[in-house]
Design a binder for this molecule. Structure first.
Ligand code: G16
Length: 542
């Protein structure tokens, strides 16, 4: 039986950088989750009888929302739902399933790298038929619908047994519980030289992969351990837990500190990596060397042709605006297009669909390619391993060779988390008001060349996205960017991104924060971060 249930709009259902993210108790408010899912469906057209993919990162509340989503998909007329066994699908695996089975779209339940648990974070994101996050046109329509919605439709349904693979019928819809790993692992085998990686591993090359008690555990066991011969003990925290073991499943130097310490220690493995809550981010650390995500993008792009899936070369490279310019230098050398997009993977979709780029990346630990329409943590790990297997050099050698050829781009991001929203908006507004008059002025020891608020003109569909971050360029090539995060769930998070390009190899051995000291000082003098936020230091430095 299908029921229509009245509901009143929730004012706060505006999707952020990557879907709607709120605390679990907010999603548990009666009607809240249903109103959002119904608003998604109401913003779509012509999906009757078609396929919807549903899966999540396994965090607390995942199973409940999956049952709700299935019952609502049936009531709204979808013909088939593909759901990952146990309710699990990594974000890149969900993207692949949507593409492979030509689904109409997908609901991905995740708050990514944010913590999980009864009082922590949850999220819902809608992906379109190309497998990628819904573009702004759709997220804006969804938000508009949340503001007027007055009912949702749900089928009375016996809870689906998510733990057994198989096909069920219910309320006129087919539900297939599918293996979350198999199709994704098969895709990886088409892109990378598994024989070469297996030979590397069997030759004594040691790996540490930290799944952070999040979704990539089962994927890493199947691909790294079963198919590539990596020692099982090398996959750390491989069992997905609803609360990620009480940690933030955020692969950065703060939350993956154990891995970092291991990789910097005397008995470090040759290669260390981690992924996040939903498996789309990656952290890469060689023995004794951390590879910044911006550098990783540049190095993967420069070496991608060594992997079978990319042997024909790249069509182009794309990066988010706050990501460093390291990849631009690679694109220039390869003679391919370079695109600079706003933060958010959704902005890469059009470029990938139009064949304008092959590899994309972001400073926020995301890299991916045209194999899916999401960033992909294990893909980045496998591409690194493929490159290492072919070049037969250490990560450190590859990094240093790259810097010698292209120069080193020192890069860091300072985050001020959970600050007061009014203070954060005040800081940004005050700086924005001064942008036009900044050129020619000094900021600490640096001279400002130009400053603007980043606007993106999508070259494929002509859409325009304004207010995507404040940029300050200095004479000599350093750059400073300020923007507010669109993924947090408490207060506001101010992100300050700093970079400086250093061509001289004799100066490539500096500590990052030392190398960036003039840019860091300029950030404080221009924005008055301490005064506005009352904070002496960033919460997280990456
Ligand atoms: C999401 C987006 C990314 C973005 C990141 C950080 O990643 O998909 O494109 O770079 O958030 O965004 P913000 O700076 O607004 O917090 P994820 O891994 O959280 O889905």
């Amino acid at each position: 039986m299908i029921r229509t249930v009245s509901v009143t709009p929730f004012k706060d259902q505006k999707p952020g950088t990557s879907g709607l993210r709120k605390k679990v108790p907010v999603f548990q408010t009666p009607g809240y989750t249903e109103a959002f899912i119904q608003s998604v469906f109401d913003s779509l057209e012509d999906y009757q009888g078609k396929t919807l993919v549903i899966g999540g990162d396994g965090r607390f509340y995942n199973r409940e929302v999956i049952q709700t989503a299935i019952a609502m998909a049936a009531a709204n007329g979808f013909g088939r739902v593909l759901v990952g066994q146990g309710g699990i699908l990594s974000t890149p695996a969900a993207s692949h399933l949507i593409r492979k089975y030509q689904a109409f779209g997908g609901l991905i339940l995740s708050a990514s790298h944010n913590p999980g648990g009864p009082t922590e974070d949850f999220g819902i994101k809608y992906n379109i038929s190309n497998g990628g996050p819904a573009p702004e046109k759709i997220t804006e329509a969804i938000y508009a619908r949340t503001q007027t919605i007055d009912r949702y439709r749900i089928a009375d349904f016996e809870a689906v047994n998510l733990d057994s693979l198989g096909t069920f019928e219910g309320a006129g819809m087919t539900i297939e519980v599918v293996d979350p790993v198999a199709d994704y692992a098969a895709l990886m085998e088409t892109l990378f030289d598994f024989d070469a990686i297996r030979a590397l591993v069997s030759g004594g090359f040691r790996i540490a992969f930290d799944a952070m008690h999040a979704v990539t555990g089962p994927y890493a066991r199947e691909i790294l351990v079963k198919r590539l011969g990596v020692d099982e003990a090398s996959v750390l925290n491989a069992t997905p837990l609803e609360d990620f073991g009480g940690h933030h499943p955020d692969p950065n130097l703060v939350h993956a500190k154990e891995l970092y310490d291991l990789m910097m220690g005397p008995d470090a493995p040759d290669f260390g990596a981690a992924s996040d809550g939903d498996g789309d981010r990656n952290l890469i650390i060689g023995r004794g060397v951390f590879v910044t995500p911006s550098d990783s993008l540049a190095m993967l792009a420069a070496n991608a042709h060594l992997a079978p899936g990319y042997k024909g070369g790249l069509k182009g490279i794309a990066r988010s605006m706050p990501t460093s310019g390291a990849a631009d230098r690679v694109a220039a050398k390869l003679g391919v297009e370079m695109h600079e997009t706003p933060t958010g993977w959704k902005f890469f979709g059009n470029l990938l669909d139009a064949g304008r780029c092959t590899i994309c990346g972001e400073e926020s630990a995301g890299t991916g390619s045209d194999h899916v329409r999401e960033k992909d943590g294990l893909w980045a790990v496998l591409l690194w391993l493929n490159i290492l297997a072919v070049r037969k050099q250490s990560v450190k050698q590859i990094v240093e060779d790259h810097w010698a050829e292209y120069g080193r781009t020192y890069y860091s991001r300072h985050d001020y988390e959970a600050i007061d929203t009014d203070q954060a908006n005040g800081l940004v507004a005050a700086l924005e008001a001064r942008l036009d008059g900044l050129a020619g002025h000094e900021a600490g020891s640096l001279t400002i060349e130009k400053a603007d608020s980043f606007t993106y003109h999508d070259p494929v569909d002509g859409s325009v996205s304004r207010n995507q971050g404040l940029r300050i360029f200095f004479e000599g090539g350093s750059r400073l960017v300020f923007r507010l995060s669109g993924t947090g769930t408490s207060g506001a998070t101010l992100r300050v991104y700093m970079e400086r390009h250093e061509p001289d190899p004799a100066r490539h051995g500096q500590e990052t924060q030392d190398a960036l000291a003039p840019v860091i000082a300029a950030a404080e003098s221009l924005a008055g971060i301490r005064g506005w936020t009352g904070r002496d230091a960033p919460t997280v430095i990456t």
